[in-house]
Design a binder for this molecule. Structure first.
Ligand code: NAD
Length: 403
């Protein structure tokens, strides 16, 4: 459908996405990676959760920075006659188009990564085109999971544990700072969140791939985590999502044993807080991110997904900083965020933030801009008054339909 696409935000959800703007945002990430030069990295990559945020940046970095061949798995919605596609759909379509235009290999699988069927589809595609993969990135962020064996539906919650938690939060689009009280999670809510966002599905993917013998010797598998400062611990690190992240750590240890026969490794990278669909849903965190951006931009250390993923793959996983891990074995890409000088400034400013000084003390404008850009809005050089084609195809998915 050829139509003018306007921005429509409800809460922290965008009801529309702009195909041309999403393509531009992908192009910016590709251009950044190319500007930093080639590096020796993985050869064949599987990215689970490849269409937005850290997963998309991981795929772009390994393909356009290290000439890797990549298969991306994601769960996105194509356009229909009433709605635009989801932003991740447009991102994936454009990554494939950019890859085709420059002689790179990128193919996609769209469906529920938690299901066995999608795992088997990925294995078929690996066998057909790549034979084996030497890097498996797990970057799924989802509010629910249907268990592939029991059919049970788990929903994750973002809640504190042990006691209710009250702090400031922001409605970024109304520019309103307000107090929020979050009730403490029940045991079943904790278990459900771990079932969705913990490491169970990561382990199942690695088990399936191992069984199918499509993991190369010295394979590396990476999952992403977040720790953050004391300020957000009750809702993040010590909350339900933190329990899920503690679970991926235990799974990483298990996977390290399971991958021994290949001399493979399972590793967790602790990334910086950035604006993505996943982080926008967490109470308190958007206000923290707005303040963090202000302080890090002033200091000249601000990064988005793509800058961090380049540091991860070029330096920390395949480069000179290969052995840089913290005492817990994590790769710490949040080092600039956790800089004591940055955190001291945030801790001092946090109690002062109110409606009147929000724009001055924080980078709420930058937060909003990053949020709009997730959906292809607010991009320079895009004329949003012009009609665009909303029904954009993903080349490899069109191909598989024709076969
Ligand atoms: P995101 O919302 O931008 O991306 C989620 C991806 O998962 C998308 O590609 C989506 O299509 C895919 N997905 C969701 N459900 C799926 C399903 N059922 N099947 C297949 N694919 C599915 O998320 P993000 O913020 O990039 O988060 C990725 C990881 O990074 C998470 O583990 C998150 O905790 C971690 N992380 C995020 C931040 C942050 O600030 N955003 C910071 C540190 C770590």
């Amino acid at each position: 459908m050829n139509t003018i696409v306007e921005r429509k935000i409800r809460g922290f959800i965008s009801l529309t996405s702009h195909a041309v703007g999403c393509a531009k945002a992908v192009d910016e990430q590709i251009a950044y990676v190319k500007s930093q030069g080639k590096f020796n990295g993985p050869k064949n990559v599987l990215v689970i959760g490849a269409s937005t945020g850290y997963g998309l940046a991981s795929l772009i970095t390994t393909v356009f920075g290290a000439n890797a061949k990549a298969i991306g798995v994601f769960f996105e919605r194509p356009a229909d006659d009433k709605r635009t596609a989801s932003a991740g759909w447009y991102n994936a379509a454009h990554v494939e188009q950019a890859a085709l235009a420059s002689g790179h290999y990128v193919k996609s699988i769209n469906g529920d990564a938690f299901s066995d069927d999608i795992k088997l589809q990925a294995i078929d595609l690996i066998r057909r085109d790549l034979k084996q993969v030497d890097l498996v990135i797990y970057s799924v962020a989802s509010p629910r999971r249907i268990h592939p064996v029991t059919g049970e539906i788990f929903s994750s919650v973002l809640k504190p544990i042990g006691q209710d938690y009250c702090n400031k939060t922001v409605d970024a689009f109304r520019g309103e700072v307000k107090d929020v009280t979050l009730p403490s999670a029940t045991d079943s809510e904790i278990a459900n969140t771990v079932a969705v966002m913990g490491g169970d599905d990561w382990e199942r993917w690695i088990d399936f791939l191992t069984e199918a013998r499509v993991l190369a010797p010295h394979v590396v598998t990476v999952n992403y985590s977040y720790i953050g400062p004391d300020l957000t611990h009750p809702i993040y690190k010590d909350g339900t999502i933190g329990q899920a992240k503690a679970h991926i750590k235990r799974v990483a240890s298990k996977l390290n044993h399971k991958l021994q026969h290949l001399q493979g490794e399972a590793v967790i990278s602790v990334n910086k807080a950035v604006v993505t669909q996943a982080s926008a849903a967490i109470p308190v965190v958007p206000l923290y991110i707005s303040l963090l951006f202000k302080v890090m931009k002033e200091k000249g250390t601000h990064e988005g997904c793509i800058e961090q993923m380049l540091r991860l793959f070029k330096n920390r996983l395949y480069g000179a900083e290969k052995d840089q891990r913290d005492a817990e074995g994590y790769i710490r890409l949040d080092d600039f965020e956790m800089d004591p000088a940055v955190q001291a400034k945030i801790a001092a400013l946090w109690p002062q933030i109110n409606n009147a000084n929000l724009a001055e003390l924080t980078d709420i404008e930058g937060y909003r801009r990053d949020f709009y850009r997730l959906f292809g809005f607010d991009m320079a050089d895009v004329d949003y008054t012009q009609p665009i084609e909303t029904a954009v195809g993903i080349p490899s998915l069109l191909e598989s339909v024709q076969v």
